[in-house]
Design a protein around this ligand. Structure first.
Ligand SMILES: Cc1ncc(COP(=O)(O)O)c(C=O)c1O
Length: 301
């Protein structure tokens, strides 16, 4: 595609997106289709010749659009909010336009420094402890996996990376925690038998006394309590774990304290909701998703 064609279709698509935003309420929230219906309309093999953009865009409107679930619809009440915004779409366009590779300072210095600065802004906005630094991950699930791996390496003196697991390291979260904690612990090699789901109380918050009991039992059996994941805003019940109590227990037994605030963390920007962060001063790692409540395109954790 020549730059002038890119200009033409770019303008057309931005116009289309602006109209989509204006008319979003006219779309159904969820598509009225059966599994396989979209697939059946697509060619079995990749085209051998390039198609023109008019035809591709027509296919998008005819085949793809009717199969889209509209998370930006004002009547969207499933799962959790996942709001993007016009500035975040334009930012994404610029990044794609530059074809920037933003992994480390050398691959794109401005991107790395911008990441550092904006994450420091975010740290202050949600009142996380000074000195905590951030990295953008693709999802809360990945962020929790990173915490699980970091905790595993810290407790083993970076030995698991070399030798693999030689003892039972234990992970704790409440029975209301997101499935990514359980999955992440399995991926990080802890083993499903080494994950303790601590009971939650009538407010769906972890019972900290039960956590301490479980830690003591594991220690007595010669196992190593390694990471506790507390949640601010459990996925299905909006529970808030007692982070101050959990943090104090983690400190007492030298256990990594990870806080998963995937969707609810954004609320801490509001002064009247800041209380949800109480106890994060004990945390070793913390994740929240600007791609949920902070008007940012998926994915940004
Ligand atoms: C508390 C909590 N943790 C983790 C996740 C997973 O987030 P992600 O889709 O970014 O991996 C969710 C998603 O809803 C969540 O509510």
């Amino acid at each position: 595609m020549e730059p002038e064609q890119f200009r033409k279709y770019g303008h057309e698509m931005v116009d289309w997106i602006a109209n989509f935003m204006i008319n979003i309420e006219k779309y159904p929230v969820s598509p009225d289709i059966k599994p396989g219906e979209i697939k059946a309309q697509l060619p079995k093999n990749a085209p051998t010749k390039g198609e023109n953009m008019d035809d591709i865009f027509k296919d998008f409107k005819k085949i793809i659009l009717p199969g889209i679930t509209h998370w930006q619809h004002p009547c969207w009440f499933a799962y959790f909010p996942a709001n993007n915004s016009p500035p975040s779409i334009l930012g994404e366009l610029l990044t794609a336009g530059l074809g920037a590779q933003c992994m480390i300072w050398k691959t794109s210095p401005a991107a790395e420094e911008l990441e550092e600065v904006t994450l420091e802004w975010l740290r202050k906005m949600v009142d996380l402890p000074e000195g905590m630094i951030g990295v953008i991950q693709d999802s809360a699930s990945t962020s929790t996996l990173v915490a699980l791996i970091a905790a595993r390496e810290k407790i083993s003196g970076f030995n698991i990376n070399c030798k693999g697991f030689t003892e039972s390291l234990i992970v704790y979260c409440s029975e209301e925690a997101h499935s990514s904690v359980f999955k992440g612990a399995k991926i990080a090699g802890y083993g499903s038998e080494n994950i303790r789901l601590i009971p939650a109380d009538e407010k769906f918050a972890m019972e900290s006394a039960k956590l301490e009991e479980a830690i003591l039992k594991d220690r007595a059996e010669g196992k190593k309590p390694t990471l506790v994941c507390g949640t601010i805003g459990t996925t299905s019940s909006a529970g808030i774990d007692p982070l101050e109590k959990i943090g104090a227990i983690c400190k007492k037994y030298n256990v990594w304290f990870h806080v998963d605030a995937a969707y609810a963390g954004t609320a801490a920007i509001l002064p009247e909701k800041r209380w949800i962060m109480k106890g994060t001063e004990y945390s070793d790692s913390f994740v929240f998703n600007p791609h949920k409540w902070l008007l940012t395109n998926f994915d940004c954790s």
